[in-house]
Design a protein around this ligand. Structure first.
Ligand code: NDP
Length: 270
């Protein structure tokens, strides 16, 4: 019999996670079934408990439940603590609920797969929400030189940077104070969802810079179009989605799926 996994979100109808994990299961021969579950906005814990009672072994968690999943987990990985969020849950051999976050490592793996500048890079991270917080430590571990967080609400960028003050490499500011040349600019705001561009200065990109938008779709986002017109290489967040899924699959099954061919197939399906 197959082991049951799921992604919880609200809404969840357009999630690509069932498609991705079905492909991982087919590729690796793991006996896994994976479904999408729309949990009630006010009762994530109840939906998780019902899933476990029905034999569920683990889950991915997406908007708006990553903090609920953090609260629900009994044991957290260090990176989940740093992110303050959990996107992967599973039951361990003692029946305890374990929580981790794979978004940050997913971003770094996608960047590495595309030969992005990371070691020694000057990085600008736009946005100070949950997605930003989850990627800072993995970017630091990948050896970036400096990381500036810029946000519409400057105090949030400063508060987020303060969590990583010990590194001596992270600072925070508002968009109006932004200046400098960056090797990598990551858009982790939700502005792209609304087709909006954060107010950015004209000169932002060093030569050979990469602009990355965590959002993805059939068409480039307004941020990626803006960046391309200013000479930057561009990449969207489809690969991040795929790589965070692969890391979750590894946590559950101790088997690492291959992602390159699937990335091309998912791209063609957008
Ligand atoms: P949050 O709601 O936690 O944070 C949103 C951030 O965007 C805040 O910093 C907010 O600024 C900023 N923002 C919102 N609207 C605008 C605007 N019009 N102009 C400038 N800044 C704006 O969202 P998340 O951090 O969870 O997600 C951010 C994005 O990352 C989403 O698009 C999400 O889909 C994507 N994502 C992609 C993943 C992937 O696998 N590809 C994984 C995780 C997230 P303020 O603080 O001022 O409100």
């Amino acid at each position: 019999m197959s082991d049951r996994y799921a992604v919880f979100g609200n809404p969840i109808g357009h999630s690509k996670s069932p498609r991705i994990h079905a492909a991982f299961a087919a590729q690796t021969g793991e006996a896994v079934v994976y479904e999408a579950i729309e949990a009630p906005a006010d009762d994530f814990a109840g939906a998780w408990r019902a899933f476990v009672a029905a034999g569920g072994r683990g889950a991915n968690v997406t908007v708006p439940f990553k903090q609920d999943a953090f609260a629900l987990a009994e044991v957290h990985t260090p990176r989940a603590h740093l992110a303050g969020a959990v996107n992967t849950l599973w039951l361990d051999a003692d029946g305890r609920v374990r929580g981790d976050t794979t978004d940050g490592v997913g971003l770094v793996r996608d960047l590495q797969a595309h030969a992005a500048p990371l070691a020694g890079a000057r990085v600008l991270l736009l946005g100070a929400g949950g997605a930003s917080r989850g990627v800072i430590q993995p970017l630091l571990e990948a050896g970036v030189d400096t990381l500036r967080v810029a946000n519409r609400t400057p105090a949030k960028a400063q508060a987020l940077a303060a969590l990583f003050a010990g590194s001596g490499r992270v600072d925070g500011c508002g968009f109006e104070a932004l200046e400098g040349d960056f090797d990598l600019v990551i858009n982790a705001t939700s502005a792209s969802l609304a087709g909006e561009l954060p107010p950015l200065p004209e000169t932002l990109f060093a030569s050979e810079a990469l602009a990355y938008d965590m959002m993805y779709g059939a068409e480039p986002t307004v941020f990626l179009r803006w960046a391309e017109a200013r000479g930057a290489r561009t990449l969207d967040g489809l690969g991040m989605l795929l790589e965070q899924a692969a890391e979750s699959f590894w946590l559950w099954r101790q088997v690492r799926p291959e992602t390159a061919a699937l990335r091309e197939r998912l791209r063609a399906e957008l």
